[in-house]
Design a binder for this molecule. Sequence first.
Ligand code: C2E
Ligand code: CA
Ligand code: CA
Ligand code: CA
Length: 277
Amino acid sequence: DLLLQYLLDFRREVKPSPQGPATMVFADELQAAIISELIEVWYQPQIDVATFQLVGIEALARWQHPEKGFIPPNIFIGIAEKYGMIQQLTDSVLKQSIKQISEWNKMGFDISLSVNFSASGLCHLDIPEVLHSTLRNSGLRPDHLTIEVTESALPKDTSATLDILTRLRLKGFGLSIDDFGTGFSSLEQLRLIPFTELKIDRSFVHHASDNKASQAILESSISLAKRLAIHCVAEGVETQEDWDLVASLGCDIVQGYFIAKPMPAAEFVPWVRQYSK
Ligand code: C2E
Ligand code: CA
Ligand code: CA
Ligand code: CA
């Protein structure tokens, strides 16, 4: 019996993994979803710690799958990168969110938009010019748009990426180093790239009040941002304690479930009305 079991297990292991073909089907579906704008954008508020004012929103991609419901980006961003669709996806998120925020700002808000970029999406040399004219056509200033790049996604030594990021900065866009502290080269990236914002990863923020190491990292990151005279954003603020800690350390901007979870565009204006009461 044991031998039989062993052989069965063995056969199970050598069977071709369903991973490959399944991912391919998924990639085809994703491609179709990007084209037909089934990738929606949800928005998460960013709040000024000192004034409690709404200052910005981060655009976060959501895939509205007809059968499977909402699929979170951690599932499909990697696939989009692997199969060369990330630029299309970023374009779709940019197009939808720029249109949306320009409508909101015409209604009287004055908020900025943060959009996530992948390193592989930062290899087209004309991006700064294209973005500049897209924004101008929507009546927004360049400083209304912040481009978030995760340090771990940044290529180590491509001068083309550095060139694009520098030209984005020269055009007046914001540049944020996302998930700060989680990569291997945070400090070097900070030295090489003209960032305007440091976004502390939520792993150092949530529950930091019970963790000495998190607190030390949080404190140093905030003072680093201050020394560099750039904005500091704490993400993943989930509780009053998290808020109090980052506020006491002098962080400028807060984002997290304590304020609001990401929400679809239709819920945003009602949320703001409720929040500002
Ligand atoms: P991220 O850029 O670090 O985005 C923040 C993530 O943290 C979001 O997850 C958000 O829903 C979640 N979050 C916000 N506040 C809290 C909190 O208080 N507690 C906890 N536990 N989580 C919080 P989401 O939307 O699932 O996105 C995951 C990641 O997928 C993003 O991480 C980003 O790296 C990537 N992503 C999302 N949209 C896009 C996109 O349009 N393009 C690219 N390239 N990447 C995207
Ligand atoms: Ca982000
Ligand atoms: Ca982040
Ligand atoms: Ca992250």
